[in-house]
Design a protein around this ligand. Structure first.
Ligand code: COA
Length: 185
C-alpha cells in the first residue's frame, strides 16, 4: 500500500479568480463563515470592514464565479494584521487558502508593511501549518481569546516582510502554485 496520500486536484486556472470583496459576495461569504467558525462574523461587520478601503484589503476567491473563499488584512502603520481567512470546506486542500494568503500578503508589502501578524486557535493545526509555510512563527499567546469556547490564541508574526529573503519565500510559494497550474518558471 502506498504511503503517499492523494491530494485533491488543483482547480483549473481559467475557472478561478481572486477579486476584491463586494457587497454582492456576502451571501456566499456568510454561508462559508457559518460553516467554518463557531462564532461567525455578521453581514454588518463585513460591510463595515470592506467600506474601510484605506486601511483594509478584502478579497474573495471564485470558481466559475461562485465565491469559495475569502481573506482580509487590516493595516496599522507598518503592520498588516490578517483579520480573516476561510475556504469552503468542500474545496479545502486545493491551495485556495495559499492563493488567498499570498494575495493579501503581497498587497500588505506593497502598502509598506514590515510586520504581518494574526491570531489563530491553538488547536487549529491546519491553519498554523499554512502560516508556518508563509514564514509566520508564534510570538505569544492570548489566553481565552475566543470567548465562545474560552480557547487560547497563538499570536503569529512575520517580521521583515519587505526583506529580500521574505520576497524569495513568497516567490517560491508562487512558483509552486505555477507548477501546479502547469505553468513553467
Ligand atoms: C485554513 C484554511 C483557510 C486553509 O485553506 P486550504 O485552501 O484548505 O489550504 P491549502 O490547500 O492552501 O493548504 C495550505 C497549507 O495548509 C496546510 N494544510 C492544508 N490542509 C491540511 C491538512 N489536511 N492537514 C495538515 N495541513 C494541512 C498545509 O501546510 C498546506 O500547505 P501544503 O499544501 O504546501 O502542504 C482552511 O482550512 C479553512 O478555511 N479553515 C477554516 C477557517 C480557518 O480556520 N481559518 C483560519 C483562522 S486563523
Amino acid at each position: 500500500m502506498s504511503a503517499v496520500l492523494e491530494r485533491p486536484a488543483p482547480i483549473p486556472l481559467p475557472r478561478l479568480d481572486i477579486v476584491p470583496m463586494k457587497r454582492r459576495h456576502l451571501r456566499r461569504v456568510l454561508g462559508i463563515e457559518a460553516r467554518v467558525y463557531p462564532r461567525p462574523w455578521s453581514a454588518s461587520l463585513f460591510l463595515s470592514e470592506i467600506s474601510q478601503k484605506t486601511t483594509r484589503t478584502y478579497v474573495v476567491a471564485r470558481i466559475d464565479g461562485n465565491v469559495v473563499g475569502y481573506a482580509g488584512m487590516m493595516y496599522t502603520g507598518f503592520e498588516g494584521h490578517v483579520t480573516n481567512i476561510a475556504v469552503d470546506p468542500d474545496v479545502h486542500g486545493r491551495k485556495l487558502g495559499t492563493r488567498l494568503l499570498l494575495t493579501i500578503i503581497i498587497e500588505a508589502i506593497a502598502r509598506g508593511c514590515e510586520i504581518i501578524s494574526l491570531e489563530v486557535r491553538v488547536t487549529n493545526k491546519v491553519a498554523q501549518a499554512m502560516y508556518v509555510k508563509f514564514g509566520f512563527s508564534v510570538t505569544g499567546t492570548r489566553r481565552g481569546y475566543y470567548i465562545e469556547t474560552k480557547e487560547d490564541a497563538y499570536v503569529m508574526e512575520v517580521s521583515g516582510a519587505n526583506s529580500t529573503e521574505y520576497r524569495l519565500r513568497l516567490q517560491q510559494i508562487r512558483a509552486e502554485l505555477d507548477r501546479l497550474d502547469g505553468r513553467k518558471r
